[in-house]
Structures are given as structure tokens and as C-alpha cells.
Design a protein around this ligand. Structure first.
Ligand code: ARG
Length: 563
């Protein structure tokens, strides 16, 4: 039974005729300061039932409550504040964490059901943008979090490997490109060709027609078009894989847009059969007026299909293949309209599972307050950012811990981790500014700070030759350890909340709070002092390493034991 449940059960015995224990559970709050106890019940929730001042109600209830399960129960204003018994709670929590290890906080909500997560999904022949980085790291963290509560995540990289841009690219390559240049520096060269196409097309509009024809050829399986396309795709993918390796993010599927080419006729047939396709200026659309949305353009007048057509095919394919509990799409906020349309069309088609499709939008990364853009060939290369972060981590580690053995490996874990953590610590919908110096700091609310705290805790345990002893007394009573204990316990709620809101920042914030509370503990308490509480104190340190490492793992960061 959780502590909140204990409070709810205690209260329901007295006020059960007005509120159920679930209702009470929902009303319980966590006081902002420790002076107000651990859990508070707002007595004004009963004002309309009892028609008395909340202060009076609070006083009357407390008189009837059995006190023995708590250290004390106090009335402050309209609140009833419950103070938990620190020693029994700490005993229980530490015992549970030491026993379960990394499994602490695991839940079975998902019952093993599949959750495909559409994530990263960069576009072939273009660099991975900071936006794709966000999708990659948010998607990866959500996959870990969903797995933690018992779902089976399936990480899908829905590569942008189809579309009219390939017609443009083929035209540009045939006119101005060379095999050598593409081999040497694929993405940069393909991007140059793409940019050149747009510049030249401004004065030579016939280029656009040529591009359309080449894309049509591609859709009709023309051998030359297909060979070029496959080559561009392969070269691009090589560069993407390099970045995924740096991030240590791996995918279960690379079925991108092209994968659905042979699955689109069926979609168009289905839409026709269900009388959903209407003609509009030669094109085929699905009317979505009753959803307050613009019509979804499904097929152009020349027969070419569109982004949304491929997404419809992908949605049906995922439903058929994975029988999903939920289907997630981690894609920037700017595509919200697209996903609203996608869901609405699926609903119109009568798919009741359309309700299980969730767009998980996120905000922009800016630099100096400005949006980063790839349009004009000006790109912020993700790989460069990661390398700079690694170099900065390396410098700091060399200064802090010159004798560290595997410096390069740790610098990689810290540098990359810093970028990932910085991305995940803010609510995902917020825009945020990217400033490398701030990202790789070892102090403040950063990834390196959490990793460093974890490593410091590990080093205490090494110094003490600590070993887990589940039979030892683990009760702790002091205020500093209590702050840590409460956060160790709050981990479970953080996982539940992060999953329910698809919000990895909940975990990142928990990690920062726990690291801060632990550092305070470390500063105030002589952990290694020999007395009867030593094993309990060290067990607390051990529990902190377990939970911090788990926070970091869920976010996709490593937790080095030494740094
Ligand atoms: N390739 C797209 C882009 O970079 C993102 C794809 C998102 N996934 C999807 N199923 N539409 O904008």
C-alpha cells in the first residue's frame, strides 16, 4: 500500500459517507515544504457536504482519526497534514529498491501489448535536423518509459524516402551532379543539388515539369529512376546510422514512406468503396468539414500519391501487423494539422482504433532565439554538435579526474548525454534555445550533473566496500535522508505520469531533484561514520545509485560509475 493509500484509507473511515477513497486519493496533495508534512488533505473539499468552515471541519476530522500509523497529524488552516513515520517508510522503501534493483518501479499496465512509436524519421538526401534529433531522443525515451510500464514498444523509423523531391533530385543530379561528389560527401552534395534545383527553377519553371515526370517514372518502377533513388537512400542512411550509433538509439523497423508504395492502391480502393473520395479540381480528396478541417488531398491529378496517403497505408499496416494498444507519432508541432487529418480520415473509414493514434508533438530548438533552418542549405549539423559536446566533456573530465581510465568512452557518454538530457528536461512542447556551453555544464540542471552525482554515490560505496544486506535494519529518521527517501519513492509516480502524459521531462525533473537532494544529504551527513546507522545510510546511497541510473537509462543516457 502506498503512503497516499494509507492516508486515504485512514480518512475514509471517518468521512466515507461523503467521499469515496478514490475521491480522497485524488484530492490528496504533496505539501510544498516539509513543515507541512508529507501528505495533505484539503478539508474545504468537504465544506459543501458539512456546511461548516473548513478549519472547523479539519479539526473535527482529526479528533476522530487513529494516530498510530503516523508520526503526527496536524491541522494548518483548512488543511490536514499527515506526517509519515519516517523510520518504517524508509525501511520499507530501501528494502524494496535493494531487492528489486533496476526493476524497481516496473509496472504491468501495458500487459505486453504493442505500441509502435514513429520516431526520428529524417528525410533522405537531407541532413538530420535538430528537429529530427528531438524526435529521436523523445521517441527513444518514450519507448523506454512505455516498456517500464509493461508495453512492448516498436521503434519505427518512417524514413522520408519517397515524394516529389526525388524527382527534383534526379533532375539535378543528371544535370549538375557527379557520382564522385555524392560518394564523397553524400548528404551535403545531395543537399547542394536540391538547393541548386530550387534556385535554377526560379528562372526555368520547366525544370519543375521535368521533376514531376521523373517522380512519375519512379512511381512507375522505371529502372534508372529506381537505381538512383536506391543509391541516394543507401548513402544517406549510412550517415544517419552513424548518428544513431553515437546516440545509441536503435530501431525495430526502417519501413519508410517507400515501403507503402504497393499498399496505396488498396487504400484508395477502400476510400472509394466507402464513398469518401471526392473530386476537387482534378484531384481526389476526403472532405473533413465536419471535423472543422481542410479536405485531405489523397491523390493528385496526375495520379501521384501524397504524404498523407502513405501515412494512411502505414497506419493500417501497423494496425494489422502489431494489433497495437496505442500508436504514437513523435513529430514536430508544425505537423499537427497533418495528424488531425490522418486521424479524421481513419475515423471516417470506420476504424475504431483511430482513437488509439496519438500525435506526440514537440517544440522547436532555437539558437539565439531564432529558428534553425535547412532551407537555404544552411544547416546545423547534428554530428558537429555532438562532437563539440564530447570535446567539452573531455576537457572538463581531464580537469576533474585526470587519472580516469577510459576517458574517451566516458567523455562520449557525458557529452552525448548532455545534449540528450538538455533536450528532454523541458516540457516537450516548449521551444528551447541551444547553447552548448550551458548544455555540458557539470553544475545546474544538466545531464552531466546527474551523471556526476551518480558516479560520486558509486564512489562512496566503493570506498566503504558496501554490500547489500537485506536483513540489516534500514530505518532512518533524520530530515536529510527523509528528503531523499521521499524522492526515491516518488520515482514510481514519475514513471506513471511520464507515460500517461508522454512526457520524458517528468523523469528528467525527477532525476535532477533526486540528485540535488542527495548532494545535500552528502554535504550534511557523515555517511561513512561508524555507528549503528551506517548500513542504513549506505543502503540509501545504494538506492540512490539504482534509481538515478534508472532515471538516466529511461532517458537514454549512460550512468558511468566513475567520472
Ligand atoms: N519525414 C518527416 C519529416 O521529416 C517526418 C515523418 C513523420 N512520420 C510520419 N509517419 N508522418 O518531416
Amino acid at each position: 500500500m502506498s503512503e497516499k493509500q494509507l492516508v486515504a484509507e485512514t480518512l475514509v473511515a471517518v468521512i466515507g459517507e461523503h467521499l469515496s477513497s478514490d475521491e480522497i486519493l485524488n484530492l490528496l496533495e504533496k505539501p510544498k515544504t516539509a513543515q507541512h508534512g508529507d501528505i495533505a488533505f484539503p478539508a474545504f473539499a468537504l465544506a459543501k457536504h458539512l456546511r461548516k468552515a473548513p478549519q472547523v471541519i479539519a479539526g473535527e476530522i482529526v479528533e476522530q482519526l487513529p494516530q498510530k500509523a503516523f508520526e503526527k497529524i496536524e491541522v494548518v488552516g483548512p488543511y490536514i497534514n499527515f506526517f509519515l513515520k519516517k523510520d518504517s517508510v524508509s525501511e520499507e522503501i530501501l528494502h524494496e529498491i535493494l531487492e528489486k534493483g533496476a526493476d524497481y518501479g516496473n509496472q504491468m499496465t501495458g500487459e505486453g501489448r504493442n505500441v509502435p512509436i514513429d520516431m526520428s524519421s529524417p528525410n533522405i538526401a537531407k541532413p538530420i535536423s535538430m528537429g529530427h534529433l528531438r524526435s529521436t531522443v523523445i521517441g527513444n525515451a518514450l519507448a523506454n518509459i512505455m516498456a517500464k510500464i509493461g508495453y512492448q514498444p516498436i521503434k519505427i523509423n518512417h524514413l522520408g524516402d519517397w515524394g516529389t523531391q526525388f524527382g527534383k533530385l534526379i533532375v539535378a543530379y543528371k544535370k549538375w551532379g557527379s557520382e564522385e561528389a555524392v560518394r564523397e560527401n553524400p548528404i551535403q552534395e545531395l543537399l547542394n543539388l536540391y538547393v541548386r534545383f530550387h534556385n535554377e527553377a526560379e528562372t526555368q519553371p520547366e525544370l519543375e515539369d521535368e521533376a514531376r515526370q521523373w517522380f512519375k517514372k519512379l512511381e512507375d518502377d522505371d529502372a534508372e529512376a529506381l537505381t538512383l533513388w536506391a543509391w541516394f537512400r543507401e548513402e544517406s542512411l549510412k550517415e544517419f546510422m552513424h548518428i544513431y550509433d553515437m546516440l545509441d538509439v536503435h530501431f525495430d523497423s526502417f519501413n519508410g514512406e517507400a515501403f507503402y508504395n504497393d499498399k496505396m492502391d488498396a487504400i484508395i480502393e477502400e476510400l472509394k468503396e466507402k464513398h469518401l473520395l471526392v473530386e476537387s479540381k482534378g484531384a481526389m480528396v476526403v472532405d473533413l468539414e465536419k471535423y472543422g478541417l481542410n479536405p485531405a488531398l489523397i491523390q493528385k491529378s496526375d495520379g501521384a500519391t501524397l504524404y498523407i496517403t502513405r501515412d494512411l497505408a502505414a497506419a493500417e499496416y501497423r494496425h494489422k501487423t502489431y494489433d497495437f494498444a496505442q500508436s504514437l507519432y513523435v513529430v514536430g508541432n508544425e505537423q499537427s494539422m497533418h495528424f488531425k487529418q490522418l486521424k479524421a480520415v481513419l475515423e471516417e473509414m470506420g476504424h475504431e482504433w483511430a482513437k488509439d493514434i496519438h500525435h506526440i508533438p514537440f517544440g522547436l530548438i532555437t539558437q539565439g532565439g531564432k529558428k534553425l533552418s535547412t532551407r537555404k542549405g544552411k544547416i546545423v549539423l547534428l554530428e558537429e554538435v555532438l562532437n563539440e559536446a564530447i570535446a567539452s566533456a573531455k576537457e572538463q573530465i581531464a580537469a576533474k579526474n585526470p587519472d580516469l581510465e577510459n576517458k574517451d568512452e566516458i567523455a562520449h557518454q557525458v557529452g552525448v548525454g548532455a545534449v540528450v538530457f538538455h533536450d528532454l528536461k523541458n516540457d516537450r512542447l516548449n521551444n528551447f534555445d541551444f547553447n552548448l556551453e550551458e548544455v555540458v555544464r557539470f553544475e545546474g540542471e544538466t545531464g552531466p550533473y546527474v551523471q556526476y552525482t551518480h558516479a560520486r554515490a558509486c564512489s562512496i560505496l566503493r570506498k566503504a566496500n558496501f554490500e547489500i544486506d537485506l536483513d540489516a535494519a534500514l530505518a532512518l529518521n533524520d530530515a536529510d535522508s527523509w528528503e531523499v527517501i521521499k524522492l526515491l519513492q516518488a520515482f514510481k509516480e514519475a514513471v506513471t505520469k511520464a507515460a500517461a502524459q508522454y512526457e520524458p521531462s517528468v523523469i528528467a525533473k525527477h532525476a535532477i531533484q533526486l540528485a540535488q537532494a542527495f548532494n545535500k544529504y552528502y554535504a550534511h551527513v557523515r555517511i561513512l561514520e561508524d555507528n549503528e546507522e551506517k548500513q542504513a545510510r549506505l543502503s540509501l546511497v545504494k538506492a540512490v545509485t539504482i534509481v538515478l541510473a534508472e532515471d538516466l537509462r529511461l532517458l537514454g543516457l549512460k550512468a558511468p560509475e566513475n567520472m
